[in-house]
Design a protein around this ligand. Sequence first.
Ligand code: GLC
Length: 429
Amino acid sequence: MTTNSLIDQAISVLRLNDTGVFTKPGPHQYPHQWNWDSALIALGLSHFDLPRAQAEIRSLLSGQWQDGMLPSVVYHAAPSDYFPNPQFWQIENSASAPRVPTTGITQPPLLATIVRLMHDRQPMPEFLREVYPALLHWHRWLHTARDADGTGLACIIHPWESGTDDSPRWLHLFEAIHPEALPEFQRGDTRYVAATERPNRTEYERFIYLIDVFRKRNYAPAELLQHSPFLAQDVLFNAILFRADEDLRALAVSLQEPAEEIDGWLQTVRSHFDARFWDADAALYYDYDVRAGKRIPVNTASTFLPLFAGLPSEEQARQLVEQHLLNPMEYGRDEDVRHWVTTTAKNEPTWEARRYWRGPVWVIMNWLIFEGLRRYRYDDLAQALRRDTVGLIEGAGFREYYDARDGSGCGSTDFSWSAALLIELTKDR
Ligand code: GLC
């Protein structure tokens, strides 16, 4: 297939999922607006329809809470059979909920990075001036309302905030969570996708239990920080936030806005990042369980995300690449597992080839790692990863994730960010 016809197909997927107000991540499985999905969708759209890309970001920001939180999902006025629905979240009891129905939790803060990428390619000073205050407000909220210990690192209170919902690194925290009583609910996520490709029941019950804890406390940030049974500092989330702070700083400079506050965040986080996350013996970044006060020793692909943020030293980067990314026991390709980067290392006991964030390859992770490799000048490796990712899409279509053994597709079909990133990965390269 020629690159141009692949790009045409990608554009058709984005058009298919476009409701006119926002773009759905997938046509059936995800009928509302998701936070980091929309950021990537805007990046894809910006290559061929900048006004529509800007509209995507505006509609996401319309869901911002008064305290600055940018929620994981904005429901808009789109009725659907999706669960959990706005009736379940009950955000109207919170003091700072917006007018639009949303969830009461956030997602990885990719947006400032995406806005900067767009602006660097096609300067859009007016749009920048319009959205900058909202971005700053969100980042300030992350560094204050979610800072549990003065490290500037943002805590997540729900696995969904990590964007990698059933990643095995959360199982350690779940072992300590015993839902006393569960509210009544019916899962909707296994309606369109095979249950074997979705989270297990025990994890799903804990997802729901946590929401019940939050809504009973009316989403008051200080209370959630104090009482959420799940409290973690996530490598992926904080690496993305650090990179996004750098990008926000660049936007501030181009708008001639003060940057001292952002500099402060960058400095504090840089000074705590390694002490908190880097395990020198394993040469891996591990997430941190704040309640238990210890690292979570599970090897997942989020260990490569600090490369995207420029945080590792050259030596740490070399260790990540040589000991892990290229190691056939972990992430490197071999005869049985022909594609990379699996979301969990293959030698983790919890690895599963087709289940959601337990093992399959996700285009978003590959893009973030691709950018990280380029930042550290592993150009050949970055290009090899780019080719493998494009090949997966060419072979199995714009799927949500892929079985790394044979490249077959899993989860939602016509998946928006796979389409958006295909455009990003192939345009002018
Ligand atoms: C799933 C993913 C999350 C994504 C959402 C919509 O919940 O885990 O990262 O944003 O689907 O695509």
